[in-house]
Design a protein around this ligand. Sequence first.
Ligand code: SF4
Ligand code: SF4
Length: 366
Amino acid sequence: MNKLGFGFLRLPLEDTSDNQSIDWKLMNQLVDLYISKGGTYFDTAYTYLDGMSEYALKKAVVERYDRDKIWIADKLPSWKVASHEDCYRYFEEQRNRCGVTYFDTYLLHWLNKDNYEIAEKYDEFGFLQELKANGRAKKIGFSYHDSAMLLERILTEHPEVDVVQLQINYLDWESPAVEARKCYEVAKKHNKPVIVMEPVKGGTLAKLPKQTEACFEKYNAKESPASYAIRFVQSLENVEVVLSGMNAVTQMNDNMRDMPALDQKERDMLDKVCEIIREKTAVPCTGCRYCVAGCPKGIVIPQIFSIYNEYYRYPEEDWKITPKYTELTLESGKASECITCKKCENSCPQHIEITSWLKTAAAAFE
Ligand code: SF4
Ligand code: SF4
């Protein structure tokens, strides 16, 4: 069975630096394809694409399909809430943006240590329970980016939640920064179904270093690297939904195939692949763009890291990689313009030392 949900974080854009520039033709095509293959689950959030994600869901899904036959998940921006009344204000805005009267799943977005304190201060969990009681949300829960220890505490203090959304993929499974396996085990212990986000780590596990090709060739060269990543998380018994942000037809077709569970040999092969990826990746950025909006210098952090990772893998190709950086920063902030205010680091779910890596990128490209 395919548990794939359509994540609306990375949508097809005509101009990748402009969140307003949705490619509507392709957007509708992807939604149609997803639904024709049996998909029903759509995931958005208040902050995705500066609000365009919720609007895109309204235009491409809600206004074109029977509301009762699709499942819509949305998220309260937990960290923006400054009073209990704010919860209602955001919720109403979200319902209007999405053109719906209720959400099937409604989550507190991005709980970590700081955001959990805010959620408790303004009784965001009480708000969720109220939504569920009056039929405005069928399932309630939260998306999560912090340690397994804190997750244990939250689930003990809030047994009322129905689901937990976690970042799980084979590269982060044993990562000390993400603790994917440990978080998964905590959710399982509390009998909470898991919604997986970042199964392909923002595309990192779809476009692997050349050095991994031999691993796949020895095993099954016909399968795409991304399909192994999806199968890894689909194989986990407590996983209810696997979210994938698909912005191309080929991706959609690849992800929506039958996904049999991985066997032991395949898991061993992925362990080897992980070793190579870690060795060949400088910055573990997923391209989520959470860090970009607050940057006072307009530095396009994920694009800079993507170019730097390419340079790190293939330093002999700097003659063609460095011009990409030069062109990118003609109209946006350069890495060297960072004033180390660290607003971005506080927003990064991967806990990346952004300011330090920007210095490294500046030294390489400027
Ligand atoms: S630390 Fe640098 S990159 Fe980060 S928000 Fe501040 S200026 Fe922007
Ligand atoms: S640096 Fe962090 S917040 Fe910014 S895009 Fe990468 S993973 Fe996301």
